[in-house]
Design a protein. Sequence first.
Length: 391
Amino acid sequence: MAINSEFVREQLKRGIQAHKADDNQTARLHFQKALREDSTNIAALLWLAYITTDFDKQLFLLQRVLQFDPKNERAQRGIKWVEQQKVKEEVSSAKAGLTNNDADFAAVSLDTLKDRISADELKKKAQKGIIAQRARRRVSPLTLLLVLGLVLIGIGVWRLAFLKSTVSLAALAPSATPALIAQTDAAVDPKSTSDIVAASSSSDALAADPTSTSTPLPTATATPTPANTPVPPAPTQTPTLGPPTLTPTPLAHQPESSDEKWIEIDLSDQKIVAWEGATPVMNFTVSTGLPNTPTVQGEFRIYEKLTATRMSGPGYDLPGVPHTMYFHGGYALHGAYWHNNFGQPMSHGCVNLSLPDAESLFNWAEPILPEGITYMASTQDAPGTLVVVHQ
């Protein structure tokens, strides 16, 4: 779906005016409208972060700015400032939680602990010094020489034993003979992967016409008898072919777990399949973008869900578009009440579903809207369902 740039500019202008009039609630509504039309609008994201007082929401909005513009200095400075403010807030809360008695008790306990540690360390050091002094008195030079000699003898014996065992093992090790190597190489079938693929791809053609290979027939020969007896042709054997080898079609996405939700949009077949792991749970016939306004291809995630929203652009203005799920810029999955020609490209780039199908997919996909909530955006902790679009 094409973005209405004029509408976005007007909403930004009204939002800034409302902020200057100290009406941040109205300003927030205008900035949110601008983002619904253009989810990648940097100015709207920065303004929303600026007027929001919740540190977590500010971080989320500023991080989204960096997703679209990684070198945005305002967003980088904003994230540093928010993190500093969060640390200050946590320190203040911790200080406020301690009473004066708690602080005095903590200080006394810390001093007492330090004194105990110092005393214990002094005792340990003194004990170590006494033990070392006693050891030096008891060990004589003769004893040291005796111990050293025994160590040297042990090392020599060990080295002799090790060398002998090494020689014995080397003598027992079998050597590879040329005949054995030749047999091993001959047993390996060097058939390449491309040959296997070619053989499986040609099996359908063989199964369709199993008698395509012609067998030459013997020609009749004349006999010297007066009567010309025709020689019947010899029967030919039809080669027996087995069933074609079926190669499983790989999935468009390899799920990380058996319950991972993801949505596959096939532009060629005009189909949607909702998957949980490798198991399809729902499938719908849809209408995607026309040739001049094609649906974007790639892997995306649902970042915003609305039970209904207004969509407008050059040549159209559609109020109350139901069960809308944005997955990339202005591209969305949503219900379509203005046509029933599903199975054919019909849209300006969005993916149109029938009203019942749109509701079913909306209720299944993440993030799940709580009862009574009409709008929700995905977060880093709760990312939206993966959307895979391909031909």
